[in-house]
Design a protein around this ligand. Structure first.
Ligand code: SF4
Length: 955
């Protein structure tokens, strides 16, 4: 297989030079490793190996210094910035800008631009002409263009930019001075220092061979040219005629310039290799709908590699780091060795999310009566994490269940600490001065528990290293006050950028790497994922404070150069490839459109031959979801037995009006809810939604009259009672109801949260209104309230198995005796209609406005009469719908009203309709037991809108 590094090693070897007197300089360490390996394989006798260095090492050695880490530099820059700008923002807010400014300073120095002039206020054309005489006309035109378009921007924007812009020149100068004092430096500064004093460099003892470079920075170019002209250095170009000879091919942009250069030009080989054209690699593209499908595709391509072929001849290039683990997880079994070379962002690691969640929780801690309370969402997040679950699995599960059951918005530290040591460490309130030590301690505790997970420990180690750096930087400084908010923001800013470097050593096994890591390396088979615009090449946009025109005028790299570097890296991969597989996705992802990379489009045109194309279909069912029908076989019918009354007059359960109503809405829903017992997922809810509000209203009314009747030892309510009821009984009843509902009875001193307090106020209004209506109809005598009396009935029906009696039951909100009638009262929180055309309509599932409330209150009539057979009084179904009660003409009684009739007729006695009602109900119950009528889905999709089973049904 053709290999640039191997060929270069061979060329150097064959030139007969004494390797001991040679220094090989490569763009990066990895290329150096491969070079040494190739050279080693070409040498048969023991001999001295040449010195192999990176260009970076050459510069740092000559400068006699190494750059400080970014965090230290950004902090130093901040110090200087604070001195210059009295209104400087806090360090965490500045951090992002700091990174960008530092990068700009680095570029300015790497490309040896005149910082003073670049950052000068260039809006004055006159100044522009006198100051920039060293620039060419076209460069000056670029700067002029920028400032003239700038003048057209709004004043506010202009002022902000100028203020900041004018600060950058003194910032640059003062930063250099301050670094000189502290002995620190950034990389560009060291490069510039070397490049500006090339004449002082002593002649090196060894001959330098620069191998495989492209796109030099200004300082690199100056140094290499100096080495070539003064020290006789050699240079080897890793090129191909494919992009060099085509004058507009972006991959050859730099090389074409170097070819024309009077120093570099003569170093180019006489015959430019044409590997890409000669080799005619098999090129195949794959379009796949989703990003994650790519990993499977990589696996299946690897599976087809013939046995016995060396894995190191295949590379998988991942322009998006997030694909690393999906690819690793789908590697076929035959891949026995893998070598990963790329940085993986710590922010994608579970342990980072955990640490972030721990800090985030600090934001929502409440202190009440000396107790520490943690917000439920934050607690739940942590309890669901593998770290807390694994130390005490039962505890985490039980606590989450309890939080849900009791609808706990806040959980006390006391309760959480019962989980053990790690819980005690995590659930505490942090003080400003303990933030660093706390996080370090937590990381140590986690590392201890992650002994068997080296990867997670490595993430932790990277985070720990960064934390220690931050701590060192902040220690002893007096310009920053660190508070919790600041720390959390800083944590996010700093740790998000940390990468875990995967760097496999000897070059064995399947190679998986990032785009830039592949420089100078050759592979027989290349598999590239994410061949999408915005991934490869990555999205345009240099992070810089220096506007495009000014960058261009001062010779700093702009997007065009970046594009060229990426294009070269791509075409470079084709130099030796015999097989190229390029995978792209067609669906958009996180704002990135599913557009195939321009390199693929370009190649299609340039190659002038067909590329194989495969569209990968992921089998997804695009038909409407299959309908679900549960046939009533013996097993299903058996489930209905629980409603039957046995010979002892007992049943396991009973039909409620809600169950009847659900069956009328949808037969499948009845099956899922009442027979299959698939329950709706419960969540802790802070919101008091309509259903909760309705429950609270019911409970408050029950408590109000129950407690009053108990205290007065009578059930008769007179008009005269209502003043007292309004004044002294409403508020405590509601308070008691809320505590009972949220299981806060044992915590009488716990304050109700905001939502509950609002609900309490609104409930008062409703209760006062009910009392007003009740006062108007007083006196009346309470017969029963809610659950204090069970009303049941048995109803005979015909089933396939013969006559059966089914059990019916219901909870009537209130039964009272009023004006010679028994009122069966239901409190409703909605706006239920109280009219219905006839009894038959109550059981007609096709009826457009089937009156559920009427069906329910008439059902109460049935069970009341069955439970109290001695009753001779008329039974009056009554509905107190809370939303209507405030109207002047509020009438709580059911009415029969034909569609076009102006007025309805009040249902004064259920018993007049009983026979008809029983016939309707009986027929419905017989349908439930009818083996010929399956439990199937409703055709009325409106019913599915709020149905908890709509996911099951795919509706
Ligand atoms: S989603 Fe629709 S069809 Fe399915 S159970 Fe609910 S109401 Fe019935």
């Amino acid at each position: 297989m053709h290999s640039f590094l191997r060929n270069t090693a061979k060329e150097i070897l064959e030139s007969g030079v004494d390797l001991q007197k040679v220094t090989i300089v490569l763009p990066n360490r990895r290329a150096g490793l491969f070079f040494t390996q190739h050279l080693g394989s070409l040498i048969s006798e023991p001999t001295w190996m040449p010195e192999v260095k990176t260009i970076e090492e050459i510069f740092y050695d000559l400068a006699g210094n190494r750059p400080a880490d970014d965090l230290t530099l950004i902090f130093e820059l901040y110090r200087v910035y604070q001195d210059l700008s009295p209104e400087a923002e806090t360090f965490d807010r500045y951090y992002f800008w700091g990174e960008m400014i530092l990068k700009d300073f680095n570029d300015v120095d790497q490309f040896m631009a005149n910082a003073g002039k670049l950052y000068h206020h260039l809006s004055e054309i006159k100044e522009l002409e006198s100051d920039l005489s060293f620039l060419t006309e076209s460069q000056i035109a670029l700067i002029r263009q920028f400032w003239s378009s700038f003048v057209n921007q709004d004043r506010d924007h202009q002022e902000k930019f100028l203020k900041f812009w004018q600060l950058l020149s003194p910032l640059y100068t003062s930063f250099q001075a301050s670094l000189a004092v502290s002995g620190l430096a950034y990389s560009g500064m060291l490069y510039r220092k070397v490049a500006e004093s090339l004449d002082n460099i002593p002649r090196p003892e060894k001959v330098h061979h620069f191998v495989g470079f492209n796109a030099f920075t200004g300082t690199e170019e100056a140094l290499i040219k100096h080495y070539i002209t003064v020290f006789g250095a050699k240079i080897y170009w890793d090129i191909d005629g494919y992009y060099l000879d085509d004058k507009v091919q972006e991959a050859g942009l730099f090389f074409r310039d170097y070819q024309k250069d009077k120093i570099f030009g003569p170093t180019f080989p006489e015959h430019i290799p044409t590997q890409i054209d000669d080799r005619k690699a098999r090129i195949k593209t794959y379009a796949t709908p989703l990003k994650t499908n790519q990993a499977n595709l990589v696996g299946s391509i690897l599976e087809k590699i013939p046995a016995g072929e060396a894995w190191e001849e295949t590379v998988v290039i991942l322009p998006d780091e997030q694909m690393l683990f999906p690819v690793l997880h789908t590697l076929p079994e035959q891949v026995d060795k893998v070598n990963v070379t790329m940085g993986y962002p710590v922010k994608n690691a579970p342990v980072y999310s955990f640490l972030e969640a721990v800090l985030e929780m600090q934001r929502y801690i409440k202190e009440e009566d000396g107790k520490l309370l943690f917000y439920h969402t934050a607690v739940k997040n942590l309890l669901s994490s593998i770290y807390l679950k694994s130390v005490n699995p039962g505890f985490a599960e039980e606590l989450m269940a309890e939080m849900q059951l009791l609808n706990q918005i806040h959980v006390s530290a006391e309760k959480l600490h019962k989980g053990g040591e790690l819980y005690q460490l995590i659930f505490q309130k942090l003080e400003n001065d303990s933030l660093f030590s706390y996080l370090a301690k937590l990381m140590e505790a986690l590392a201890e528990r992650l002994k068997d997970e080296p990867l997670q420990r490595s993430y932790l180690y990277q985070c720990f290293k960064q934390l220690t750096r931050l701590r060192e930087i902040f220690a002893g400084q007096d310009i920053l006050t660190i508070n919790r908010e600041f720390f959390i923001r800083l944590f996010r800013q700093v740790f998000r950028e940390v990468k875990l470097p995967f760097e496999g050593e000897p070059l064995q096994g399947l190679q998986i790497m990032g785009v830039l890591e592949s420089r100078n390396l050759d592979f027989k088979r290349v598999i590239i994922c994410n061949m999408n615009e915005d991934s490869f090449p990555p999205s345009a946009g240099l992070n810089s404070m220096i506007p495009f025109n000014i960058r261009k005028a001062f010779g700093l790299p702009v997007q065009e150069q970046n594009d060229s570097i990426y294009a070269y890296t791509f075409y470079r991969l084709l130099h030796s490839a015999e097989e190229v597989h390029m995978i792209y996705t067609t669906a958009s992802d996180q704002g990135k459109a599913g557009e195939k990379s321009r390199y693929m489009q370009q190649m299609g045109v340039e190659l002038g031959r067909e590329m194989e194309e495969e569209v990968v279909f992921i089998p997804i069912d695009q038909k409407s979801p299959e309908s679900i029908t549960i046939q009533k076989d013996a097993e299903v019918l058996g489930l209905l037995d629980k409603y039957l009354i046995d010979e002892h007059g007992q049943s396991k359960t009973s039909f409620s009006p809600s169950a009847i109503s659900v069956f009328l809405d949808c037969r499948l829903k009845f099956y899922l809810q009442y027979l299959a017992n698939i329950q709706e997922k419960q969540e802790v809810s802070e919101e008091i939604d309509a259903a909760v509000f309705g429950n609270l209203a019911h409970l408050s009314m029950e408590i109000l009259y129950q407690d009053f009747a108990k205290r007065k030892n009578r059930t008769l309510l007179e008009k005269s009672d209502f003043e007292e009821l309004n004044k002294a009984w409403v508020f405590p009843a509601i308070e008691k109801a809320i505590r009972q509902f949220y299981h806060l009875e044992g915590e009488a001193d716990t304050k109700l949260n905001g939502q509950m307090a609002i609900a309490r106020d609104v409930l008062q209004k409703y209760l006062h209104q009910i009392l007003k209506i009740d006062e108007a109809s007083a006196p009346f005598k309470l017969i029963s309230l809610e659950k204090e009396r069970k009303y049941t009935a048995g109803l005979k029906i015909e089933t396939a198995a013969g006559a059966q009696t089914v059990s019916l039951k219901g909870i009537i909100d209130r039964v009272d005796e009023h004006n010679g009638s028994v009122r069966l009262i239901d409190y409703k929180s909605g706006q239920d209609n109280k009219t219905f055309p006839d009894v038959e309509s109550l059981f007609d599932r096709e009826h457009k406005s089937r009156n559920k409330a009427a069906m329910q209150t008439m059902f109460y009539g049935l069970i009341y009469q069955a439970t109290v057979p001695e009753n001779t009084l008329p039974l009056k179904p009554t509905i107190f719908n809370l939303r209507e009660m405030f109207g002047d003409d509020f009438n709580p009684y059911l009415q029969i009203k034909l569609p076009r009739a102006k007025q309805g007729v009040e249902v004064n006695d259920y018993r007049q309709f009983e026979d008809e009602y029983k016939v309707g109900l009986k027929s419905l119950l017989e349908d439930i037991y009818n083996p010929e009528i399956p439990f199937d889905q409703t055709d009325d999709l409106k019913k599915c809108g709020y149905c908890p089973y709509k996911e099951i049904c795919g509706r």
